[in-house]
Design a protein around this ligand. Structure first.
Ligand code: NDP
Length: 294
């Protein structure tokens, strides 16, 4: 069996097209222009690149974006003052504080300071708390996990009643995606670095999510035939045949897994492109919410 590829890049482009239409409609019909503020503290090159990419995507769909950069030695009070100012700014519907923050800053306190209504990254403790509770709905869910659910839905695979195994329990990916799958009535098993007999557990998975950050750890014989595999991992492995000296691989041994699964995401081009698409979607949702349209 050769699995069908889940084309995250194509799906993210499709979502961007849908959002472009929606943003144009919001502007024409309701005079609304969704706005996203990005906050970058320091000059971490990777963070700068992520912020730039997010701003560029905003422009492409018609979301107004404003970038704020604070020096690496910014104080807690300075960062929180900026967040408060953005909370009060009616032209801003989403506030994205690029993580990680420099060591002197209390990340949780900064995320806590973001208004619930503008928490487009979905990391506010209240939004996460609601995600973890039965019968409560968060206003926003974190972007990478939301992108994963969107990929599964657009593949047409049912989530309800399926056995889902999640490798990894981070606050950014593993834990929230587990909660989202549970809310959608999957039966979930969450694995981590202390889990024993990993392969035996993953072999039960109708839906397998790998988010551990270990290159090609999940082998073909860890996978249930006919299952859906989402590979979140982004790992560099040395490759002298490439000009840059490395290539990117996932947490799943793709060459083996593609022969066993029915659906699989590639790395790159799977989950990666979905994260920003979901940030844009959350920002548009924030704007609709602020305008009383939801
Ligand atoms: P973290 O390092 O925060 O978490 C890794 C998780 O994997 C932890 O829960 C850890 O367990 C678990 N783990 C580590 N080693 C093993 C092992 N040998 N067996 C079983 N479990 C293990 O990573 P993130 O969740 O932030 O990211 C995971 C991967 O996803 C990375 O490659 C990252 O680059 C990628 N990523 C991709 C994104 C995207 O595509 N947009 C976005 C975010 C991340 P424990 O809790 O016990 O330590």
């Amino acid at each position: 069996m050769t699995a069908e590829l889940i084309d995250g890049k194509g799906i993210a482009k499709q979502i961007q097209r849908e959002l472009t239409e929606e943003v144009a409609h919001l502007r024409e019909t309701h005079g609304i222009e969704p706005g996203l503020a990005t906050v970058l503290v320091g000059d971490n090159p990777a963070s700068k690149t992520y912020v730039r990419m997010k701003q560029r995507r905003c422009e492409e769909v018609g979301i107004h974006s404003v970038g704020y950069t604070l020096p690496a030695d910014a104080t807690q009070a300075e960062v929180e003052a900026l967040v408060s100012q953005l909370n009060a700014d009616p032209t801003i519907n989403g506030i994205l504080v690029q993580l990680p923050l420099p060591g002197q800053l209390d990340e949780e306190a900064v995320l806590n300071a973001i208004s619930l209504e503008k928490d487009v990254d979905g990391f506010h403790p209240l939004n996460i708390g609601r995600l973890a509770m039965k019968g409560r709905e968060p206003l926003f869910t974190p972007c990478t996990p939301t992108g994963i659910i969107e990929l599964i839905d657009r593949t047409g695979v049912q989530i309800e009643g399926q056995e889902a195994v999640i490798l990894g329990r981070s606050n950014i990916v593993g834990l929230p995606v587990s909660m989202m799958l549970l809310k959608r009535n999957a039966t979930i098993t969450i694995c981590h670095s202390r889990t024993r007999e990993l392969a035996e557990i993953t072999r039960r998975a109708d839906i397998l999510i790998a988010a551990v950050g270990r290159a090609e750890m999940v082998k073909g014989d860890w996978i249930k035939p006919g299952s859906l595999v989402i590979d979140v991992g982004i790992n560099r492995v040395e490759d002298d045949t490439r000009k840059r000296g490395y290539r990117l691989v996932g947490d799943v041994d793709f060459a083996e897994a593609v022969e066993v699964a029915a659906h699989i995401t590639p790395v790159p081009g799977g989950v990666g492109p979905m994260t920003i698409a979901m940030l844009l979607k959350n920002t548009v949702t924030g704007a609709k919410h602020a305008a009383g349209l939801l």
